[in-house]
Design a protein around this ligand. Structure first.
Ligand SMILES: N[C@@H](CCC(=O)N[C@@H](CS)C(=O)NCC(=O)O)C(=O)O
Length: 291
């Protein structure tokens, strides 16, 4: 690969399949299915097809929070989509999400199934369906949605920008790392100032705004993603640290992080979730021991 300073873009871009990037084997410049595959369907009204990345965790935390609030209709089957193996390009998955990214949800509770993709849209759909975790009063609702959409617009700079160039790109490009580190630190400062004013992002109550932001910026603040805690000096954001620690203790957050997780400690991996008891009996350490 040539030095980035020497690269002169050609007149017409062409696809270099083996660009050396960590995700070169799954990234393509076109959309749509690569193979036929019917998605499995379980017994619950909600069918989730996902993986425990930050975008996936938003939805499993939301479902676990709804169940903890007593919304039995939020019972769900969570199926593992291995994105590094290309499961998101199966025909069944593409029917639920034409964008081929996790998380994707099918609501089979009504006469016609409803598909929902994009994690922010899924959070809003579930909040409205169950009348929970999204304020109804106009100004509080506006504040909540503002932070929800802030997350959806900001996280690509963190994941696709900073995380990609700091941790995954085959070459370390100072310009790219500088540019995105600066933006991520600015975002952390935005959050820190907001969380100096109020306990949660939308005000006094925990909402879908916290559920959306925490898996990205909370885990970043814990130093748990990209190995970048020291590089970004995350400890300096005191209010983000307070909020991160507080949310990390919620039982639904702990459970939600385990669902569709296929790496890390075996006791923290629940590849598929079909019942509340699965957290006790179906984690990889237990299945491994039973097997
Ligand atoms: N804006 C989307 C982003 C989803 C997304 O980027 N998902 C990633 C995992 S975190 C994915 O499925 N990547 C697979 C691929 O790009 O092929 C959302 O919030 O739902």
């Amino acid at each position: 690969m040539s030095d980035s300073n020497e690269y002169i873009p050609p007149k017409v871009w062409t696809w270099n399949k083996d660009n050396g990037g960590k995700f070169a084997s799954i990234n393509r410049p076109v959309s749509g299915p690569t193979h036929d595959k019917v998605l499995p369907t379980g017994r619950h009204p909600l069918q989730l097809y996902s993986l425990a990345t930050p975008n996936g965790v938003k939805v499993t935390v939301m479902l676990e929070e709804l169940l903890a609030l007593g919304h039995a209709g939020a019972e769900y089957d969570a199926w593992l989509i291995r994105i590094n193996d290309g499961d998101q390009f199966g025909s069944g998955f593409v029917e639920v999400n034409p964008n081929s990214k996790i998380p994707a949800l099918m609501d089979r509770s009504g006469a016609q199934p409803v598909r929902v993709f994009e994690s922010g849209a899924i959070l809003m759909y579930l909040a409205e369906k169950f009348g929970a975790l999204l304020p109804s009063e106009a100004s509080r609702r506006a504040e909540c949605l503002a932070w929800l959409f802030w997350q959806m617009g900001s996280a690509p700079y963190l994941g696709g920008g900073f995380g990609h160039f700091y941790a995954y790109a085959p070459v370390k490009i100072e310009y790219a790392i500088d540019r995105f580190a600066m933006e991520v630190k600015r975002q952390l400062d935005v959050l820190d100032k907001r969380l100096a004013q109020s306990e949660f992002l939308a005000g006094d109550h925990y909402t879908i705004a916290d559920i959306a932001v925490w898996p990205w910026y909370g885990t970043l603040a814990q130093g748990a993603v990209y190995g970048a805690g020291e590089f970004l000096q995350v400890q300096a954001y005191k209010h983000v640290q307070r909020w991160t620690a507080q949310i990390a203790q919620r039982p639904a957050v702990r459970r939600g992080q385990m669902v569709n997780r296929a790496w890390g400690e075996p006791s923290g991996q629940l590849h598929e979730r079909h019942d509340a008891s699965d957290f006790e009996t179906r984690t990889q350490d237990k299945i491994g021991a039973a097997g």
